[in-house]
Design a protein around this ligand. Structure first.
Ligand SMILES: Nc1ncnc2c1ncn2[C@@H]1O[C@H](COP(=O)(O)OP(=O)(O)OP(=O)(O)O)[C@@H](O)[C@H]1O
Length: 382
């Protein structure tokens, strides 16, 4: 494969761990048309390491796009600072605000944002032809061809955007983003306009490309599967704040809050009150009786929630004996999802979801069980 060498000036030196992006205490509020104030980002601090794929994940309106745009210089924050490669490009306090074109990064949008009057080749060549110093013609030609090959569409060089599918346009936008060899690429929901099959394919290609070229990526999405698949680390956002920043497995297995547990994956929940702590365990009293899970830093009497994942929740026959977390239940639904089957059971007033093969039918009486080690006890609020 042709090497898409990063400019030596932008490539991190071996062993250089200066964050590509360092955000400190960033805040941004918008005044809405009705006069109310929306805190789009609220005291956000985070680092992106060289070569890291960081995903900003969260529901609509949580501030992901605003955060991305402040990194790019397209939005001006009210407080805090942004440093790129150790150099401050924005500081509310010091009155620094470098324009986007001086921040040495590329950005890919949800709408492909290609120039409609330019061919794929010219679209990709655009950042090179506008670079200072401007590379010579032969270099531009070579780099554009290499970028086209990298995204798997060399045959599209002479096509105009309106002659391409959505997926193809996004490939060209990706080629345009990597052609300059920037060590930082920002993505704003780039795959949300393409259909599910193409999205899956592009996701895998993007992953391979990022790992090969080694640029740092900040990627906005509300799709948790996408986040899990792409990210080295995920910043789960809610109400303008980073609610948890960790690798995908930690965010999924050890969410720090009820909010994160519910946003990343499906969570079965039982709300209750802490009644005691045991050796490495915490027990709640709930509407279904007692439930015991991994010890939490909560006090007896605190309101709490027991959270457990569908694939860790079992039915009667495969239940572990000697465990207090067992409740009589009725099978409410068996849903065939293709690769797996989801079973919904009702225990008292509660519904739980289970994933895996369970040989049961709707209406059947059974028991539902979850091991203590698979139950997280989290504060009820947040
Ligand atoms: N230009 C603006 N004027 C007023 N309010 C804005 C503006 N831009 C964003 N907001 C508000 O700031 C908050 C965060 O918006 P933002 O677009 O960053 O969220 P998001 O997480 O990217 O959402 P989505 O996934 O829907 O794009 C929202 O409440 C939004 O209404």
């Amino acid at each position: 494969m042709t090497l898409m060498a990063q400019d030596p000036a932008t490539r991190p030196a071996a062993g250089d761990e200066t964050p590509v992006v360092r955000i400190t205490g960033l805040g941004k509020a918008f005044r809405r048309a009705d006069g109310s104030v929306a805190k789009a980002i609220d005291d956000v601090s985070l680092d992106v390491r060289p070569g890291e794929f960081l995903v900003l994940l969260g529901p609509s309106g949580c501030g992901k796009t605003t955060l991305l745009r402040t990194i790019a210089g397209l939005e001006r924050a009210d407080t805090g600072s942004v440093a790129l490669r150790g150099v401050e490009v924005f500081s509310a306090e010091r009155g620094i605000d470098l324009p986007p074109e001086r921040r040495r990064l590329s950005m890919i949008f949800q709408s492909y944002a290609l120039w409609p009057h330019m061919t794929a080749f010219d679209n990709i060549a655009y950042p090179l032809r506008n670079a200072r110093p401007r590379p010579d013609r032969a270099t531009v030609e070579k780099r554009v061809q290499a970028a086209l090959e990298m995204v798997g569409t060399p045959e599209l060089a002479r096509q105009y955007p309106n002659q391409m599918s959505g997926g193809q346009q996004q490939r060209i936008a990706l080629a345009r983003a990597i052609v300059g060899g920037d060590d930082l690429v920002l993505f704003d929901e780039p795959l949300s306009n393409v259909d599910a099959k193409v999205r899956e394919q592009l996701r895998l290609e993007l992953l391979a490309l990022q790992r090969e070229l080694g640029f740092a990526a900040v990627y906005v999405t509300h799709d948790q599967t996408e986040a899990m698949e792409l990210a080295h680390r995920i910043a789960v956002m809610g109400d303008g704040r980073v609610r948890q920043l960790a690798d995908p497995a930690t965010v999924y297995r050890r969410p720090v809050s009820r909010y994160v547990a519910n946003f990343v994956g499906t969570a079965n929940e039982l709300v209750g009150t802490v009644v005691r702590h045991g050796e490495g365990t915490t027990t709640l009293r709930t509407g279904l009786g007692e439930v015991t899970g991994v010890r939490a830093g909560l006090a007896v009497g605190d309101e709490a929630v027991a959270v457990f994942r569908p694939e860790r929740t079992r039915l009667g026959a495969d239940a572990t004996s000697g465990n207090g977390n067992t409740w009589p239940a009725e099978v409410a639904a068996v849903l065939f999802l293709g690769a797996q089957t989801e079973t919904v059971v009702k225990a008292g007033a509660h519904s739980f979801r289970l994933l895996g093969e369970h040989d049961v039918a709707e209406g059947e009486q059974t028991t539902v069980t979850v091991r203590e080690a698979d139950v997280l006890i989290l504060p009820a609020d947040g």
